[in-house]
Design a protein around this ligand. Structure first.
Ligand SMILES: [Cu+2]
Length: 249
């Protein structure tokens, strides 16, 4: 009885130690591997985001995203969505889709009504790829707010639109960015908390398919309105959430 217990504890410790080591080792080397494989064959989707660095409040600003697929300029992207985050407050961000493009340039006009440091993200989906570069803009006298902002701006999650039918397999996908706007690779936790219309909650784990892109397939058994909370975590202190709602037909 006692030896069995001891053996169990022993095994668990070994497993934990192995896990810890692997995670550490993967940090840098894993990163490079991912980058080379994704560069190889597919034409990359690139987005060149132009945002003025500093503007006075109350002025209308033009923000431009030049979308290219390889060398081709793209006027018919599946989706171009601009997101405006004030002082790291991702929960109350403003999101706006832009459909029209000229020579691959999607223009978003926005009026910044308050002083602050804003993060502008252009989420672009085309040719089965998603990329979401971001840039900062300061409005008015926002210098003293900077340290405060750094604190909150710890990365973000973009949940791709969920189109689901009852009892049919659905792809779930999210993109995770670190504080610098780079893909967050090798998250220790990449998980959707899915709440069904009946109130039943389940947890769904996602796997990394490309650097910073996590996905899985899932079957929803109820029709109606679901809510999803996406979680991404990585040592030592990366922990980001995002929420969305969608309808299962
Ligand atoms: Cu995105």
């Amino acid at each position: 009885m006692n030896t069995k217990k001891l053996l169990m504890i022993g095994l668990c410790t070994v497993a934990l130690a192995a896990c810890g080591k692997e995670e550490k080792k993967e940090g840098h080397e894993g990163h490079e591997n991912h980058a080379t494989t994704s560069d190889k064959k597919v034409q990359p989707l690139t987005v060149d985001l132009t945002v003025p660095e500093h503007v006075e409040k109350g002025k209308t600003v033009e923000i431009k995203a030049l979308v290219k697929h390889g060398k081709e300029k793209v006027n018919d992207a599946d989706e171009v969505m601009f997101e405006v985050i004030k002082d790291g407050d991702t929960k109350n961000s403003v999101k706006e889709k832009v459909k029209e493009a000229k020579d691959g340039v999607y223009t978003f006009t926005y009026n910044f009504k308050e002083d602050g440091t804003y993060n502008i993200i252009s989420h672009v989906t085309a040719f089965s790829q998603h990329t979401m570069p971001n840039k900062e803009i300061t409005i008015g006298d926002a210098a003293q707010q900077h340290s405060h902002q750094d604190h909150h701006h710890a990365g973000m999650i973009h949940i791709m639109d969920i189109k689901a039918e009852k009892d049919k397999e659905t792809t779930l996908m999210m993109h995770v960015m670190d504080a610098e706007g780079k893909p967050l690779t090798e998250a220790a936790v990449a998980r959707f908390e899915v709440k069904a219309p009946s109130g039943k909650t389940e947890w769904v784990d996602l796997q990394e398919s490309k650097p910073g892109e996590y996905e899985t397939k899932h079957i929803f058994n109820e029709s109606g309105k679901y809510t999803v909370t996406a979680h991404a975590e990585k040592q030592p202190d990366f922990h980001v959430h995002n929420n969305t709602e969608f309808e299962v037909k």
